[in-house]
Design a protein around this ligand. Structure first.
Ligand SMILES: Cc1cc2nc3c(=O)[nH]c(=O)nc-3n(C[C@H](O)[C@H](O)[C@H](O)COP(=O)(O)OP(=O)(O)OC[C@H]3O[C@@H](n4cnc5c(N)ncnc54)[C@H](O)[C@@H]3O)c2cc1C
Length: 409
């Protein structure tokens, strides 16, 4: 039974936390809502931090999820620069960094994830940077410019987006990746080689299969990255982009069930019925794949915000969505839907040399995932195939002269 007067406390004022606060009001929740955020800013979008914003093509205001007045107008008690430090489930109370406590009827954990640090000597030198928050992005922007040399550790999406933006700002960019190929954890080989070529043609240098053992510096500032092979890569700044870890400690310490994040069901509810977890911090079911997984994407944060807001306000559960993600690099728009779990067939549609193609991953004739470069129709149809769970003709799918409409027919 939903309680329209319940006090909902949201920990984390990021994409998921900000969205669920707004949705609760939109869905008619009348009780108090408190939004506790560690950062000084109201909820903002992170994707532009490595893209338009880093290149100077978007201003700070355009990052905000909602205008700052929204929170007052919607009667949401937004508490910036405040960290939740402990959760007392038996008393339904959260301890905050300012020494106060906050009682809740319903708690939503939306604490996101943090950039993983490299535990290597010199990692604390000035100029060794991360990219998770607006403050991180400010520091990176200040370090990148014409003629400056940026070393990026990690050839994942954030590393590659920062490489593209860095080149746009006139910096020299070298990307150091431990695996033998770029995007090794998150994309197929065709995509890895395509993106490598595209970046190389635009002046990015790659060092693959190389482990970083430390950072060198002068006067407290980084001057180089040392590799296991003994080689040192000179630089003026380093961006460490080696992945993110969930901020789930508060839930773990309070005894909530956790795996690769806080375990939730399809209503985003944790093992405690009065606590939800949403966004990057949640380890969630993926009904299409019959698996649990932790996703790091804006669409996931929004989907789970909807799941929690519907459950709290007594609305019917929203229909399951196919997970999706995007990445912008130079003039390329990569859109990915689904996850290529256990795929037994990989189909290329179009020619990567034309910078417009898609890779479909199938299992038993069903589309599991699509990776589409500058190919929105393939992405949109692929997303629908993933949801429909109906076999498609592999022959038609691989033939770009057959429209996606015909493939779907
Ligand atoms: C540079 C960058 C580029 C990205 N690009 C894309 C993209 O192109 N497409 C895409 O789909 N996704 C992208 N993402 C991922 C996307 O931004 C995240 O999946 C999304 O922000 C997750 O939302 P969230 O609310 O779960 O976490 P976050 O947005 O990280 O918000 C969590 C908030 O909780 C706060 N917090 C943590 N612990 C506490 C605590 N104890 N008390 C109070 N507050 C706390 C944090 O400070 C943070 O403000 C990108 C991420 C980054 C960093």
């Amino acid at each position: 039974m939903s309680d329209p007067q319940a006090h909902v406390v949201i920990l984390g004022a990021g994409h998921a936390g900000g969205s669920v606060a707004a949705l609760l009001r939109q869905y008619g929740h009348a009780g108090p809502i408190t939004l506790v955020g560690e950062e000084p800013l109201p909820p903002y979008q992170r994707p532009p931090l490595s893209k338009a914003w880093l290149k100077g093509e978007a201003d700070a205001e355009s990052l905000a999820l909602k205008p700052v007045e929204f929170y007052g107008e919607a009667d949401i008690d937004f508490r910036p620069s405040t960290t939740a430090v402990a959760l007392e489930r038996s008393a339904r109370r959260v301890k905050l960094s300012d020494g106060s406590s906050l009682a809740y009827d319903i708690l939503i954990i939306a604490t996101g994830a943090r950039a993983i640090a490299l535990p290597a000597p010199g990692a604390d030198l000035k100029g060794v940077l991360f990219l998770r928050t607006a403050a991180d992005a400010e520091a990176l922007k200040a370090a990148v410019g014409p003629g400056r040399r940026l070393a990026i550790v990690g050839g994942g999406y954030i590393g590659l987006e920062a490489a593209a933006s860095g080149r746009g700002l006139g910096a020299e960019v070298v990307v150091i990746e431990r695996e033998a190929r770029l995007l090794a954890r998150v994309a197929c080989e065709q995509l890895s080689s395509f993106f490598q070529r595209y970046h190389e043609e635009r002046g990015v240098e790659f060092i693959l299969g190389a482990s970083v053992t430390g950072f060198q510096g002068e006067n407290g500032h980084v001057t180089g990255v040392t590799l296991a092979a003994g080689r040192t890569i000179a630089c003026d700044a380093v961006l460490v982009g080696v992945g993110a870890a969930p901020n789930d400690e508060i839930a773990r310490d309070a005894g909530l069930e956790c795996a690769r994040g806080v375990v939730v069901d399809l209503a985003a509810k944790t093992s405690d019925p009065s606590i939800y977890a949403i966004g990057d911090v949640a380890h969630r079911p993926l009904p299409i794949y019959g698996r649990m997984f932790r996703l790091e994407s804006v669409p996931n944060a929004l989907e789970q915000a909807k799941q929690a807001a519907c459950d709290i306000t007594g609305r019917p559960a929203p229909a399951p969505e196919a997970p999706w993600f995007w990445s912008d690099q130079y003039d390329l728009k990569l859109q990915i839907a689904g996850l290529a779990f256990d795929a037994d067939q990989v189909l290329l549609r179009g020619d990567p040399a034309s910078n417009k193609f898609a890779v479909f991953h199938l299992k038993g004739g069903l589309v599991q995932a699509v990776e589409a470069v500058n190919a929105p129709p393939e992405f949109m149809a692929g997303r629908q195939f993933i949801l429909n769970r109906k076999p498609v003709s592999a022959e038609k799918l691989a033939d770009p002269s057959v429209s996606m409409k015909e493939v779907a027919a």
